[in-house]
Design a binder for this molecule. Structure first.
Ligand code: SAM
Ligand code: CA
Length: 220
């Protein structure tokens, strides 16, 4: 059928990973190291990283923003896709995780493109706005604490140039957004934000059902 999105079986998932992903060696080793950690499931999928790298290339992005870095895998894809002289501002609060990230960024030769800001992301975004960075970013990836997603979205929109793109991860929340239970505040909040973005006249949007769902919103 072509009138609905395919349900991804294990076989298709394996095909995506085996045949379609062109993943450099340090990326693969970072995934292997992260896989040994308790929070390994927070990392984005390789096919999603490659897709975001393609978006960054299509945008001709030079300045990018990441909210939620963890061990640095999504940042590797985005930073690698930026041209020489490009800059990715990474926001996180957990130094133990970003120490791992920095090792692999150095190994992949992109450390010089990444500006890591440790501290609550809202503070970092407000500082960027106060520094006069509104309208200067081409791409923003939101993948941190879900209750703040709407705050991150609003600030990202201000930081993006017209034509810039914001990508919000986990837009499908394991499918729970479709019928969020009253006792599932994360899914309810994501559902509310999906609805808001889809009605938001400031952006053109599409919820791409890759991995756990990636909401794309292009600033008009
Ligand atoms: N994008 C990462 C990747 O692909 O590996 C995964 C990010 S993980 C889902 C979420 C991250 O958000 C964690 O590393 C966590 O420390 C960070 N985080 C949580 N609350 C935060 C906050 N208030 N400000 C900044 N970062 C935060
Ligand atoms: Ca995520």
């Amino acid at each position: 059928m072509s009138t609905r999105t395919l349900a991804v079986t294990d076989e298709i998932q394996d095909y995506l990973a085996r045949v379609t992903v062109r993943e450099p060696e340090p990326f693969r080793r970072l995934r292997a190291e992260t896989a040994t950690m308790e929070n390994a499931g927070m990392q984005i999928a390789p096919e999603q990283g490659q897709f975001m790298a393609l978006l960054v290339e299509l945008l001709g992005a030079r300045r990018a923003l990441e909210i939620g870095t963890f061990t640095g895998y999504s940042a590797l894809w985005v930073a690698t896709a930026l041209p020489p002289g490009g800059r990715l501002v990474c926001c996180d609060i957990e130094r133990a995780w970003t120490d791992i990230a920095q090792r692999y960024w150095a190994e992949a030769g992109v450390a010089g493109k990444i500006d890591l800001r440790l501290g609550p992301a809202l503070d970092t975004l407000d500082a960027l706005l106060a520094e006069g960075a509104a309208g200067t970013f081409d791409f923003a990836f939101i993948d941190a604490d879900k209750p703040n997603y709407d705050n991150y979205y609003e600030r990202a929109l201000r930081l993006l140039r017209s034509g810039g793109l914001v990508a919000l991860d986990n837009a499908l929340s394991d499918g729970r957004v479709a019928a969020p239970r009253p006792d599932d505040p994360k899914a309810r909040a994501m559902d509310q934000l999906n609805r808001k973005i889809c009605q938001d006249e400031r952006v053109t949007c599409s919820l791409v059902p890759i991995a756990d769902g990636l909401m794309l919103a292009r600033k008009r």
